[in-house]
Write a protein that binds this ligand. Structure first.
Ligand SMILES: C[S@@+](CC[C@H](N)C(=O)[O-])C[C@H]1O[C@@H](n2cnc3c(N)ncnc32)[C@H](O)[C@@H]1O
Length: 253
């Protein structure tokens, strides 16, 4: 589906996400519920497996997740062995940032379920080293992590891996401007700016097919090329075959 075919909905508004994360933050403080994992655990597993196969944890890559929500994908990467101090999760909703930080803090102190161990170790001792910060990706510059250096030719292109799980889907549901342009139209170029040459962009989407994602991210203006895909089960309906989700990787030559 092209962005112009999508009808604006509340999922494309910051007010909606502020409401969602305000509730999830209260729930986390009240009952320890970490909130929703968008597209389920399968999507997390597919994105982590892809990363393990294509972006080695040593030397430690700089990883940026755009629209990180409660941070579930970055916690899974941390658990898979990626150094947390090189990871940044950004979200335009401050309560999402607070929620991710609160979960990180609890994971780095709460003991793992090791019933036989005399002194159980924390579930994810270094989770609180992941940086979570507020940033509207369509408007703000993404802050660098301590120790990151600017690329001399292009100060913005510094991330080895940029992740999106459901974020462009949400942005594509925002109101269009007077000329019918969606805010999502500018999203691929902003992704292209932050991926380092030789780096990757990995996206899981429910609103766009693999072919639509390729069309958006492989234009000359964006500067990415198709790298690989992770298959999802297919379904058939009305003579058409499709996938509920698409997980596609691009690289910057
Ligand atoms: C469908 S949720 C996915 C959250 C998370 N990636 C996950 O998989 O659980 C979309 C996320 O994108 C964030 N978002 C939407 N527009 C954004 C923007 N312009 N800049 C930064 N974050 C944005 C929302 O606040 C929300 O957390």
């Amino acid at each position: 589906m092209s962005t112009s075919d999508l009808q604006p909905s509340k999922l494309g508004t910051k007010a909606h996400w502020d409401g969602v994360y305000s509730r999830e933050l209260s729930n986390f403080h009240d009952i320890g519920d970490e909130g929703e994992v968008w597209f389920g655990e399968d999507s997390v597993e597919k994105m982590v497996d892809w990363t393990l196969e294509n972006v080695p944890a040593d030397p430690a890559p700089h990883i940026l997740e755009v629209g990180t929500g409660n941070g579930n994908l970055l916690f899974a990467l941390c658990e898979a062995g990626y150094p947390p101090e090189k990871m940044s999760g950004i979200d335009y909703s401050m309560d999402a940032v607070e929620l991710a930080r609160a979960i990180a803090s609890s994971k780095s102190t709460a003991p793992a379920d090791e019933s036989d161990a005399d002194e159980p170790s924390p579930a994810l001792p270094e989770a609180d080293k992941i940086s979570f910060s507020a940033c509207d990706f369509l408007r703000d510059e993404v802050a660098l992590l301590p120790g990151m250096t600017f690329n001399a030719t292009d100060a913005t292109a510094v991330w080895d891996l940029v992740l999106d799980k459901g974020t462009m889907d949400a942005i594509a549901l925002a109101e269009k401007d007077g000329e019918g342009k969606s805010p999502a139209d500018g999203y691929p170029a902003r992704i292209g700016r932050v991926v380092k040459p030789g780096g990757f962009f990995l996206i899981t989407s429910c609103n766009f097919t693999e072919e639509e994602l390729k069309a958006k991210f492989t234009s000359t203006a964006v500067g990415l090329v198709f790298h690989s895909r992770r298959p999802w089960p297919t379904f058939s309906f009305g003579g058409q075959t499709g996938n509920v989700y698409s997980t596609v990787a691009f690289t910057k030559p």
